[in-house]
Design a protein around this ligand. Structure first.
Ligand code: HMG
Ligand code: MG
Length: 298
């Protein structure tokens, strides 16, 4: 059966904006996050405390995060290492996310580390975050296919997933970084994780829509019992260190499907669409989301 309620983990302000060519003004980002919360989103990934040279689009994290103090939502932030954790904790972040890779090539390109070295880098980050009672998400990228290595074997994903959870991560987000997954592959990975002792209640899914499969993949995950789904308002996004990655599953497309299925999200689709239309104006190009286009067509 399908769940009664889904928690949407909104990533537009982070995964979306990290990939913009031009610099988005900090004030626009702050208004974006406020509007997302106003539309009913309760988990809004705000920014990343990564090296500013690696992701210049999010180099204003210190300026932005304090401007979100009045936002009535959880505001997780990406943190790759202890330096990033220090920066996030200094501003009062209560939820952090480390981000690992199932493949060596992406670990090297995204983190300048091997998979094993990146786990070693995360270990004190997760331990210190947990000591301070912060919530820790563990992202795992390239769970289905990798642009350099091709299809990624399920057992390889399961082994890094278990390693991330063994560090103490509260939840795991399975990333289809380049959007090549299909529903059967999603169910095979979820089944293999369950068999390895990873229960579905700790798993979220993070689909990119490159091949138009993100919604089908989401439905397959929901049928398997997943209730945490990542999505990006307006379908913004991509990853600067993964060639051929396009935007995430659009939050509006997700909410349209979930509304139709009678699954609760707490999101006001009209307010969310208006937010993405406004953001598209700020960015100077239309949203790729079919639902945004349909609902904003006059
Ligand atoms: P590195 O070059 O190996 O860094 O990069 P390092 O550890 O050698 O340190 C070099 C210098 O950088 C030092 O300064 C550090 O202090 C400084 P120095 O002592 O030489 O003056 N430094 C920092 N400064 C500020 N904040 C920091 C920080 N860390 C080091 N956090 C590093 C390693 C991990 C830092 C780098 O590779 C990096 O920042 N990578 C981030 C890449 C990224 O953000 N990618 C996008 C997010 S992942 C994604 O989008 C996928 C996802 O959506 C899921 C999916 O779709 O699959 C999550
Ligand atoms: Mg992503």
């Amino acid at each position: 059966g399908l769940p009664a309620r889904v928690r949407i983990h909104e990533v537009g302000a982070r995964d979306g904006l990290q990939n913009e060519k031009g610099a988005v003004p900090t004030a626009v980002k702050a208004e974006f996050v406020h509007r997302l919360a106003g539309a009913g989103l309760t988990t809004i990934e705000a920014t990343s405390f990564v090296h500013p040279k690696w992701v210049p689009q999010l180099a204003d994290a210190e300026e932005l995060f304090p401007q979100l103090a009045d936002v009535a939502a959880d505001l997780p932030v990406l943190v790759p290492n202890e330096r990033g954790l220090d920066r996030a904790l200094a501003l009062g972040a209560r939820r952090i996310a480390v981000f690992g890779s199932a493949t060596e090539t992406f670990a090297s390109r995204n983190l300048n580390r091997t998979v094993a070295e990146s786990l070693t880098m995360f270990e004190p980050v997760v331990a210190r975050a947990k000591e301070g009672d912060a919530h820790v998400r563990g992202y795992l990228s390239m769970c289905f296919g990798d642009p350099w290595e091709g299809p990624v074997p399920v057992h390889q994903v399961v082994s890094v997933a278990k390693a991330l959870l063994d560090l103490g991560c509260d939840e795991l987000s399975l990333g289809d970084t380049i959007g090549v997954a299909t529903p059967g592959h999603v169910q095979a990975l979820l089944a293999a994780l369950n068999e390895a002792g990873v229960t579905t209640d700790r798993i979220g899914v993070h689909f990119h829509d490159t091949y138009g499969q993100a919604l089908s993949n989401t439905l397959a995950a929901l049928q398997h019992g997943v209730t945490t789904v990542d999505a990006s308002a307006g379908g913004l996004g991509g990853c600067p260190y993964a060639k051929s990655a396009t935007g995430n599953l659009a939050t509006e497309d997700l909410v349209w499907m979930l509304d139709g299925l009678g699954i609760e999200t707490g999101v006001d689709l009209a307010a969310l669409t208006a937010t993405s239309v406004w953001m598209a104006e700020q960015l100077g190009r239309p949203s790729p989301s079919r639902t945004v286009r349909a609902l904003s067509h006059k």
